[in-house]
Design a binder for this molecule. Structure first.
Ligand code: NOJ
Ligand code: CA
Length: 652
């Protein structure tokens, strides 16, 4: 580890900060009113842009003295799980320290080889709570840039992606990804979001996007202490689109783990009683189609044990689902009468399977917060280590999901869960900003349109799936819940007389080929990775061997090829095994993929799950095995909406 600090006077302006490889430059100018600009490879990426926050009835006064402190840092660190367990961190830092009789205000910049970040820190003498009315941060971008994002909603991330020319973006949420006319790729996001609202982006003038914080019901953006640091405002930068995916900058801007013993935190594959409720063939509530019954639970546990799957989720196990979507009152510790929790927990334990708990709150935060402690204690007693939470419904009291109130709530859950040895999978969450480094029990989250949208809407297109890795997934793991094998599920709905449930969704099908469903297990990283279909669709299916072989506890990852909205190829290693996932949009595509990521000198058996050439049935699959070495090139041929998944196993 190396850390060098130096201080310079305010006179030598503007101040220049360079990335360790000197490719990225941040220029900080102005004195009291600072601005910043960013160049990549000597080309302007961000033109001079405003900085600052608006504190109600506070100012630094007229007599402000400014000092510039430089530092350099490099270190390698490891994490208990992640796309990459070993991560290198190197950056140069410039802190602009403004001091007056009011106290100290610091604007701290960091330049990495894969992007830049800055945040505001203050330590004001008067210890009163500070009211944040606005954040002035701007991103003055390059006219004509192409952008990919979702709208700037404070309530939900479950929106279609838009591919828009910068001029057409009115507001957006982050990660906000762009390509400049000069061909540089960048993505604006945030890191280490605690005790503050999320940042969305809003156009103020031609090419300028300004930070727009999610407000509280009284219009205030945040109430914060007089000593505080905001989340980092981040801009990942790369020469090609996959370079954004291979960046670790968001994690590098978060603090090391606060959980000392992480031995209980383990990636898993899981199955569950889930898809049937979204299809309408099963119910969360008790009744003739109730999914979470003792009988079904035993079947799922047996299936998991027989198929190298570590976890099982049963939604609709607890009382209260009758009122969901209205005035919900869930009981987080009371199983339905036909779900024998004690028996099921013991049965799972005896078979070496992790039983999950599920807490849908419907947005009733006060009630959930009142019940959390005793519910988590109950799960702990039952030997449960994994909890899926859900917030499908407006928050009581008119709070936005992504406001400071929401951010604080989601964090309280993570910290209480850590106390009770629970890993979290949050649905309708706050966006991922890398806090998994500090709270490694915060495993995965939804935060985009997941698989469920295929059950009751027009669904997620293959084009959508080719934007996801370059936007939402840049922020961190996603519980997309991939792997539906029953692509044309109208038969399953018709069998149960439920064809018209959830509206006349005439399609009743998943919008990709089966090979792409398998590839998504590799492409969409999640340390808790679900095989989302009902187990009867996996039983006896030869392609399920892929999930049996798959390992969610990955050691290394690399996005190999990709163009935003067109295709993506990702490789991962877990132990001695490698996995490859490739996917295309609505166009057929053939890619040549070098296998140079494999260990040199080792022969591997490649089990390849691909689209069946010439077929028009998306459920057709072509599975072949062959020997390969690291000097080989794999030809990946994909049908429209198709994909390919490969397991590489070392041959003796
Ligand atoms: C929405 C979640 O995304 C989904 O996974 C869950 O089944 C439902 N809410 C019910 O909690
Ligand atoms: Ca959802």
């Amino acid at each position: 580890m190396a850390c060098v600090v130096s201080v310079s006077s305010a006179l030598a302006k503007p101040h220049i900060l360079k990335s360790p490889d000197s490719n990225i430059t941040v220029i900080v100018d102005g004195d009291k009113e600072l601005n910043y600009s960013v160049k990549a490879a000597d080309v302007e990426l961000i033109s001079p842009s405003r900085l600052g926050v608006v504190m109600r009835d506070r100012s630094m006064g007229n007599k402000v003295s400014t000092k510039y402190r430089s530092a350099t840092f490099s270190d390698d660190w490891t994490q208990p799980w992640g796309e990459n367990k070993h991560i290198s961190c190197a950056y140069n830092e410039l802190a602009v320290v403004q001091t007056s009789s009011a106290g100290e205000f610091i604007t701290r910049f960091r330049a990495f080889d894969d992007g830049i970040a800055f945040r505001y820190e203050w330590d004001l003498k008067d210890k009163e709570t500070i009211v944040i009315d606005d954040e002035l941060t701007e991103f003055n971008l390059q006219s004509g840039s192409m952008t990919w994002s979702i709208p700037g909603s404070f309530e939900s991330y479950e929106h279609e992606f838009r591919s828009l020319i910068l001029d057409d973006v009115e507001d957006a949420n982050t990660p906000f990804t762009l390509q400049t006319p000069q061909g540089i790729f960048a993505s604006i996001h945030e890191a280490a979001l605690y005790d503050y609202p999320e940042m969305t982006l809003c156009r103020t003038e031609a090419d300028v996007l300004k930070a727009e914080l999610a407000p509280l019901p009284d219009g205030v953006k945040a109430y914060v202490p007089s000593r505080f640091a905001t989340p980092w405002r981040t801009v990942q930068i790369a020469a090609d689109a996959v370079g954004l995916i291979n960046s670790s900058m968001i994690l590098n801007l978060n603090e090391p783990s606060k959980i000392a013993d992480t031995s209980w935190i383990k990636p898993q594959k899981y199955v569950g009683i889930w898809w049937g409720m979204h299809l309408g063939t099963q119910t969360w509530t008790m009744g003739s189609r109730h999914g979470a019954t003792t009988e079904n639970a035993v079947k799922y546990i047996d299936f998991a044990a027989a198929n190298n799957i570590q976890g099982v989720l049963f939604e609709g196990w607890n009382e209260g689902w009758e009122n969901w979507g209205g005035n919900q009152h869930f009981d987080y510790s009371k199983p339905y009468d036909d779900f024998n929790m004690e028996y099921i927990a013991e049965y799972a334990r005896n078979r070496g399977i992790e039983l999950w708990a599920h807490n849908e709150t419907g947005g009733n935060i006060p009630e959930y917060e009142a019940a959390m402690d005793s519910a988590f204690a109950y799960y702990h007693k039952l030997g449960i280590h994994t909890l899926k939470t859900g917030y499908a419904g407006g928050f009581k009291g008119g709070y936005y999901h992504h406001s400071q109130y929401g951010v604080q709530h989601y964090q309280r859950v993570v910290e209480l869960a850590a106390k009770y040895g629970l890993m979290i999978d949050a649905h309708e969450p706050i966006k991922e900003t890398g806090i998994r480094r500090t709270w490694p029990n915060m495993m995965t989250r939804e935060g985009a349109r997941g698989m469920e949208w295929n059950a009751w809407s027009a669904g997620n297109s293959a084009d959508y799936l080719c934007i996801l890795p370059f936007t939402r997934l840049l922020s961190g793991p996603m519980d997309y819940t991939p792997g539906i094998f029953d692509i044309d599920y109208s038969r399953a709905k018709a069998d149960k007389g439920r064809l018209e449930w959830n509206g006349p969704n005439a399609d009743c099908c998943i919008k990709t080929t089966l090979a792409r469903q398998i590839a998504n297990w590799v492409i969409i990283y999640s340390p808790l990775q679900m095989a989302a279909d009902q187990i009867e669709n996996y039983e006896g299916h030869p392609a399920f061997q892929f999930f049996r072989d798959f390992d969610a506890d990955c050691d290394w990852s690399r996005a190999l090829q990709g163009e935003i909205g067109k295709y993506i190829v990702v490789a991962r290693r877990a132990g001695d095994k490698y996995f490859l996932g490739a996917g295309t949009n609505s166009e057929a595509r053939t890619l040549e993929v070098s296998l140079d990521f494999l260990k040199p000198g080792v022969t591997y058996r490649a089990d390849i799950y691909g689209d069946l050439p010439g077929s028009t049935n998306p459920e057709d699959l072509c599975v072949i095995s062959k020997s390969v070495v690291s000097t080989d090139v794999l030809t990946v041929s994909m049908l429209p909406t198709g994909g390919q998944a490969v397991v590489f196993t070392q041959l003796e």
